[in-house]
Design a binder for this molecule. Structure first.
Ligand code: PEP
Length: 255
């Protein structure tokens, strides 16, 4: 059985104190209410990670992640944060290739392939995001777009390295818009991604890869989405800023 994961992406929200307070609520609820083997991940801004990791150290169902990491190991890159630094403060995961990074910071598949290599080398598990824009969906290009994001972003990895990845399918038209992909639309793409992984690597690796759905996921639509055979959890933006909503989404995988 592959791992079920619900990851929250706080984006550039919450000051240090607000972040600690939200996280304390989340860990208490998770401790009291989560009964399955799912993992909750909170991807906070960099400044929170060390303190959140400290708060979470006795809780096995919750892990920390960052939302970006630089492609270089270290050096003269003023203002940047390396994968090694992120790992050293207690994070397990790093989101790479989020559509906001692709759109506002010009991150290409080629750059993201380098970021993926550096994150893996430093012991971080990338949550690698792929997904088409509305224009690409309307032009029926979405299979090609997703295939090229996989080919250029992560399919250079060897089997062992690829097995460390989590993938997230996030249709750009569904992020922060309140419009969710229907469970059938999401399942169609998740099954396609899994077939591509099987073709590139093998069926065992494809079956073991956790593929998350992201895009206006809420406690209301998560049960239907997560019931799909190829959807293994969610990457949650807006709803991860409300402890009740986030934990209710995590609880969709309760036994
Ligand atoms: C995201 O940013 O990864 C995301 C899925 O956002 P939202 O849930 O707000 O659509």
């Amino acid at each position: 059985m592959r791992k079920k994961i619900v990851a929250g992406n706080w984006k550039m929200n919450l000051d240090y104190h607000e972040g600690l307070s939200l996280f304390s609520e989340i860990i208490n609820m998770i401790n009291d209410e989560v009964t399955g083997r799912q993992e909750a991940v909170v991807c906070s801004p960099f400044i929170h990670i060390h303190s959140l990791a400290h708060l979470a150290k006795h809780y096995t169902k919750i892990s920390l992640g960052a939302q970006n990491a630089h492609q270089a190991e270290s050096g003269a890159f003023t203002g940047e944060i390396s994968a090694k630094m992120i790992k050293s403060v207690g994070a397990t995961y790093v989101i790479l290739g989020h559509s906001e990074r692709r759109q506002y910071f010009g991150e290409s598949n080629k750059l993201l392939a380098k970021k993926t290599d550096t994150a893996l080398k430093n012991g971080l598990k990338p949550i690698f995001c792929i997904g088409e824009t509305l224009q690409q969906r309307e032009a029926n290009q979405y299979f090609d777009i997703i295939k090229s994001q996989l080919d250029e972003g992560v399919f250079h990895l060897g089997e062992t390295e690829f097995s460390e990845l989590v993938l997230a399918y996030e249709p750009v038209w569904a992020i922060g818009t309140g419009v969710t992909a229907s469970s059938d639309q999401a399942q169609e793409i998740h099954a396609f991604i899994r077939r591509e992984i099987a073709a590139k690597y093998n069926q065992d690796i494809a079956d073991a890869t956790t593929i998350l759905y992201g895009g206006s996921c809420t406690p209301k639509n998560a049960p239907d989405l997560f019931a799909q055979p190829d959807i293994d959890g969610g990457l949650i933006g807006g709803a991860s800023l409300k402890s009740r909503d986030f934990v209710d989404i995590v609880k969709v995988f309760n036994l």
